[in-house]
Design a protein around this ligand. Structure first.
Ligand SMILES: [Zn+2]
Length: 309
């Protein structure tokens, strides 16, 4: 069986896991449905909330992190001014003429939310990675920019001429309003359309650096949102500790063992160690410090075997 044939099963397993996880946060989904009215863009802090939500979504392990789904849905509500008048096209899953409203994603169409969340996570992460470190990642430039362009372009709207909010208001003072001139119906090409529109607007006008940073530890690539720029360098204390592995200490310990092993005579080596409490102490320290590193454990075992200590 080829890897490609295996792929649908892998996806199926992942989807089942995600659904099980999602059942645990049914209450969160209900909360979203209940608050739907107040979830669209409102007042101060919206930009910060959206960035926080985007970072949370991109960093999430979607196969176990159930809260990542309501989080993504909340971001979409934040970025959709009229959710009850906005249709999203569902072309990703091979259904070209299928449309849905955001409210359906927390209810009848939860499975679509799961599929779409997995579908876009990698591409969105690449876009953000490139925007944060464009010099370090020239290889994803085109892919990232196309993703941004295609999705940011995916808005189609029209005014409903049959609906006249002014006429239906009856008598009101023209100088004071209210000023609902028309009803606009919107179609987004995908759930990434409002997200990419937001990102595009942020970086384009005027051009500026994203508020997001990438974890400094090589190979981690997690996104983070420092409260103050320049403060946070690692996504977690764990990454910080891993990246501060004392390379110079490692080299010194290695050289120390190397020189011990170079002593040809077993007697000399034995005297060198047994006659010097500091040397024995250091040997034990090295054994503890690098107990998971074969390049050290092999050498310390060899030394102990030679001098029988
Ligand atoms: Zn990290």
């Amino acid at each position: 069986m080829t890897l490609q044939q295996l792929q649908p099963q892998v996806d199926e397993t992942k989807r089942r896991k995600a659904e099980a996880a999602l059942r645990q946060v049914e209450s969160l989904m209900q909360e979203i449905r209940r608050r739907e009215e107040s979830l669209h863009p409102s007042g101060p802090g919206q930009e910060q909330r959206v960035w926080t939500g985007i970072v949370r979504y991109v960093n999430a392990d979607l196969s176990i992190d159930a809260k990542a789904y309501p989080n993504l849905l909340t971001v979409l509500y934040e970025l959709t001014p009229g959710p009850e008048l906005t249709e999203f096209r569902l072309s990703e899953l091979g259904k070209n003429d299928d449309f849905f409203y955001l409210s359906e994603l927390s209810g009848a169409r939860k499975r679509d939310l799961i599929s779409l969340a997995s579908h876009y996570q990698k591409a969105l992460k690449n876009l953000l990675l490139w925007l944060c470190q464009p010099k370090s990642h020239p290889e994803i430039r085109l892919e990232a920019l196309k993703f941004l362009e295609v999705n940011a372009h995916g808005e189609d709207w029209r005014i409903d001429y049959n609906e006249d909010p002014i006429a239906s208001l009856g008598d009101f003072d023209e100088d004071k309003g209210p000023f609902l001139y028309f009803v606009k119906e919107v179609r987004f090409a995908s759930i990434m359309t409002p997200v990419c529109k937001f990102i595009f607007k942020y970086v384009d006008d005027p051009p500026k650096r994203l508020p997001i940073r990438i974890c400094k530890r090589p190979g981690c690539d997690k996104l983070m949102l420092p409260e103050r720029i320049g403060r946070k360098e690692y996504c977690s204390p764990k990454c910080c500790a891993l990246d501060h592995r004392p390379a110079h200490k490692e080299n010194k310990d290695y050289m120390w063992l190397y020189r011990l092993n170079k002593i040809k005579s077993g007697g000399t080596l034995r005297r060198r160690l047994k006659g010097d409490p500091d040397a024995m102490k250091r040997l034990r320290q090295i054994e503890t410090r690098w107990k998971d590193e074969p390049k050290f454990t092999e050498k310390t075992k060899e030394i102990r075997a030679r001098v029988r200590i």
